[in-house]
Design a protein around this ligand. Structure first.
Ligand SMILES: *Cc1c(COP(=O)(O)O)cnc(C)c1O
Length: 340
C-alpha cells in the first residue's frame, strides 16, 4: 500500500526507536523526566517562547490553549474550516464551554477587518470574545501557508483589543520550510502555539504547546485535568527530540513530491487540483471525471493507493517521509490508467 491518507501514518525511524529504548526517564507529572524537559526546552527555544509543554496530541494541545486562555461563556473567533472547529468533536463546547464565531477565510487566511468586526462589544447581551485562533498551515485549504502579513495584522488588532491569539501550528514547520520564514517569526505574532511532532516530522506520538511561562503553568493544570499527565513519558519524547532535530529540513522533499503529484494529476482528463500546493497536501476534484470522492478512493484502494475524502468530490493526498518520489510516480501511473 502507498499510504497518502495523512502524514500521521509515518512510522518512527530506527534512530527514533533506539532513542526511545535508551531514553533517560523520570516522572513527568513531577517535572522530573529529563527527556521531556529537554524536548520542552528545545521547542520553547525554537519557537522563541518562554516555556513549552509536551502533550499527547495536537487536539489536546489546542484544547488546553482554549481552556487556558478562556473562561466558559466566552466566544472564540476562528476560521470556518479550521481544525479546532471542524475536527475536534466540538471539544471547545464540551470542555471549555465557549462558542465559536467562525469566519470564512481565503486560503486559510481570515480577513483582519472581518476579525476586528467580529470582536464583541461590552454589552450584557453579548458574549465576551476570549480568543482568536489561527491555523498555519491550513489543513482544509490544502496545507496552504498563511502569510506572515496576515498573522501580523491580526496580532496587531488583537493587541489593541487585549485578546490573546492561539496558533494551531500542527504543520507550522511545513509552512516555515515552504516560505523560508523561521517558525520563531510566525510564533512572534501569537500568544500560544501548538505544533505536532507526529505528522510530517515523523515522531510516533505527541505535540508541543508553547507560550509564556504563566500560560504553560496554567496549561499544566489543564493537561492534568484532561488526563494528559504522563509518567515516564521520555520514552515517547525521545523520538520527538529526533524529529525536531533532524526531520524539519527534509520536509522540502515532501513538498516537492506534492508538487510533482499535483502537476501530474492536473494534466489528467477530468481531474482538477483545487489548492495551491504550498506544502505537502494535494486536493483533487474528481467531479469532471465522473466519480464521487468515495468512488475514486475505492478504485485507488484496489490499486494499492490510500487517500481520504475531503468533500463529496474532493480527495486529499498527503505526502510524507514514508512515500518516495518513485512511489509518487507509480501513483500517477495508476491514476492515469484509471481515468483514461
Ligand atoms: C492533525 C491536526 C491537529 C490535531 O492533531 P492530533 O494529534 O491528530 O490530535 C490539529 N490541527 C491541525 C491543523 C491538524 O492538521
Amino acid at each position: 500500500m502507498i499510504d497518502l491518507r495523512s502524514d500521521t501514518v509515518t512510522k518512527p525511524t530506527s534512530e527514533m526507536r533506539q532513542a526511545a529504548y535508551d531514553a533517560a526517564v523520570g516522572d513527568d507529572v513531577y517535572n522530573e523526566d529529563p527527556t521531556i524537559l529537554e524536548l520542552e526546552a528545545l521547542a520553547a527555544d525554537k519557537l522563541g517562547k518562554e516555556a513549552a509543554m509536551f502533550v499527547p496530541s495536537g487536539t489536546q494541545g489546542n484544547q488546553i490553549a482554549v481552556l487556558t486562555h478562556c473562561v466558559s461563556g466566552q466566544e472564540i473567533i476562528l476560521e470556518a474550516e479550521s481544525h479546532i472547529y471542524f475536527y475536534e468533536g466540538a471539544a471547545i463546547a464540551a470542555f471549555a464551554g465557549v462558542q465559536p464565531r467562525t469566519i470564512s477565510g481565503t486560503r486559510g487566511e481570515m480577513d483582519p477587518l472581518t476579525v476586528r468586526a467580529s470582536i464583541r462589544e461590552d454589552d450584557i447581551h453579548q458574549p465576551d470574545t476570549g480568543l482568536i485562533c489561527l491555523e498555519n498551515t491550513h489543513n482544509r485549504s490544502g496545507g496552504t501557508a498563511v502569510s506572515l502579513e496576515n498573522m501580523q495584522e491580526i496580532f496587531a488588532l488583537s493587541r489593541e483589543e487585549s485578546i490573546p491569539v492561539h496558533l494551531d501550528g500542527a504543520r507550522l514547520f511545513n509552512a516555515s520550510i515552504a516560505t523560508g520564514i523561521d517558525v520563531k517569526e510566525y510564533a512572534a505574532y501569537t500568544d500560544s502555539v501548538q505544533f505536532c511532532l507526529s505528522k510530517g516530522l515523523g515522531a510516533p506520538v505527541g505535540s508541543v504547546i508553547a507560550g509564556s511561562a504563566n500560560f504553560i503553568k496554567k496549561g499544566r493544570k489543564w493537561r492534568k485535568r484532561l488526563g494528559g499527565g504522563m509518567r515516564q513519558a521520555g520514552i515517547i519524547a525521545a523520538p520527538g527530540l529526533i524529529a525536531l532535530r533532524t526531520m524539519v529540513d527534509r520536509l522540502a522533499e515532501d513538498h516537492q513530491n506534492a508538487k510533482l503529484l499535483a502537476s501530474g494529476l492536473q494534466e489528467m482528463a477530468g481531474l482538477a487540483v483545487e489548492n495551491n500546493v504550498d506544502t505537502n497536501i494535494v486536493l483533487v476534484n474528481t467531479n469532471e471525471a465522473g466519480y464521487t470522492a468515495n468512488q475514486f478512493i475505492e478504485m485507488l484502494k484496489a490499486e494499492g493507493v490510500l487517500a481520504v475524502p475531503f468533500g463529496p468530490t474532493v480527495v486529499r493526498f498527503t505526502t510524507h517521509f514514508d512515500v518516495s518520489t518513485k512511489q509518487i510516480e507509480v501513483v500517477l501511473g495508476k491514476i492515469n490508467r484509471l481515468v483514461k
